[in-house]
Design a protein around this ligand. Sequence first.
Ligand SMILES: NC(=O)c1ccc[n+]([C@@H]2O[C@H](COP(=O)([O-])OP(=O)(O)OC[C@H]3O[C@@H](n4cnc5c(N)ncnc54)[C@H](OP(=O)(O)O)[C@@H]3O)[C@@H](O)[C@H]2O)c1
Length: 332
Amino acid sequence: MQSKNRQFKLASRPNGLPNDMNWSFSEEPIPSLIDGEFLVKVKYISLDPAMRGWIREGKSYTPPVKIGEIMRALGVGEVIESKHSGFAVGDFVSGIFGVQAYAKSKGDMVNKVYPTIAPLPVFLSALGMTGLTAYFGLLDVGELKSNDTVVVSGAAGAVGMMVGQIAKLKGNKVIGIAGGKDKCKYIVDELGFDAAIDYKNENVKQALQKQCPNGIDLYFDNVGGDILDDALSQLAMHARVVICGAISQYNSTTIKGPANYLSLLVNRATMKGFLVFDYSQKFPQAIKEMAAWIASGKIQSKEDIVVGIEKFPSTLLKLFSGENTGKLILEV
Ligand SMILES: NC(=O)c1ccc[n+]([C@@H]2O[C@H](COP(=O)([O-])OP(=O)(O)OC[C@H]3O[C@@H](n4cnc5c(N)ncnc54)[C@H](OP(=O)(O)O)[C@@H]3O)[C@@H](O)[C@H]2O)c1
């Protein structure tokens, strides 16, 4: 064991994109345990667009990280010391461990994970929060049918790539919207999407008209802003619009809402937001099903792993510049 715990704390709230000044890096003693606690050596840290929301002042689904607190983050690691009856040394676990190398826990919202089923980073990806977001967002919130025309934005990212693959697996036509030629080629050639729209180089509205001549039955929105409006303009009758996220708006002080919302009225469509954590009771069954799909090669997981906890501030920014393909993870 190293003698110090390396951690990132929130130093100030960003205005726009987070920068180095918003974080403080420190080396602290490794925490000692009392009865009912265990110590996790964190191996992989999940970097998520939600982190931008967690450091914003104001009302949300969870209280903001306070100034001076360890930055909130999901992670996976190994139990290396335990005074807890439910977790033994050598167990692998996932939980909200923060951006730090060692975390002590009482076991709240901690799950055991099994590297015999999949490599550890996959438990932050297809078999973790983002895979589950795709699963429940598509199948439950979006009420996916067969023969739907499904459009997903952020299509080469962690959630989007799973949405597209699950929708294909269920026999639907899938169009992904992503930034740049390489990502578009990847989702069609490697992941089996029917078509891709490069929002950085194409007119999205026109491309959706071309790719979805009978309209969009299910739009899974990860980005918000203009792309949401373009999708709204091409809805089919009784379409479902799933509001998963709006990354294009996360660093803005004013959120751009949809102008084309009357398309919901015209098409008797629905638009619904959701939070994956509301489905936590159903996670084990979903993970089992997704693990079987991965094992049989029906879907694939992709992680974009950056090594070095000290690279946290710059790596987080990749989510907003679009430099990640698949699930962005920091290896401690
Ligand atoms: N509701 C829930 O419970 C829940 C749970 C997890 C995630 N989410 C949401 O799901 C979305 C995707 O999350 P993720 O973890 O899978 O991230 P991700 O897609 O792996 O990474 C973010 C991607 O967003 C794209 N992007 C960044 N800025 C953009 C912009 N201005 N316009 C369009 N695209 C932009 C980039 O791809 P390009 O190169 O294609 O631009 C980037 O790679 C986020 O909105 C997140 O908040 C919601």
